[in-house]
Design a protein around this ligand. Sequence first.
Ligand code: CA
Length: 167
Amino acid sequence: MLVIVLSLCKTTICDCTEINEKISNYYDIPSEEYNFLQISDNSAPIKPTTPVGSLVGTVGVLYNFSSFTTDPNGDDLYYMFNWGDGFNSKWFGPFSSGTNISVSHMWNERGTYEIHIIAKDVFGLLSECSAPLITDISGPYLTFKEIKGGFGLTTVIENIGDSNATD
Ligand code: CA
């Protein structure tokens, strides 16, 4: 059970419906019944709080995001962030139920990103995904404005982004 959930979460952290469908396929039960399946007396962690952190940022800068939740059984918890850029964090933990955690992330491209977090208890039961924190990351965006050929090549690069480019 634990191994299965771990492997599913690598690709589908914030699509809990898909996770439940895959688990229910494994147990050969209807997906809508998975949430009510009592594998043991264990209960899943409560949905984590919406991540707290910067709503705006700049490419290449680390920002901290925090969240927490509790487990009805008081189990220790692991947390994983989905950064909205195709990357999930590793699983952090275990932490005592209710511990506020803070993790930093840096984006490599400008854009608007939705950050989610999910928790699981030490027995592998997953919480629901949190509501998203939406952050706007700005940054340099370079384009070749003018290229002159010949022996002396001249290139004019224009920064049409919304912050200064370095190097
Ligand atoms: Ca639990």
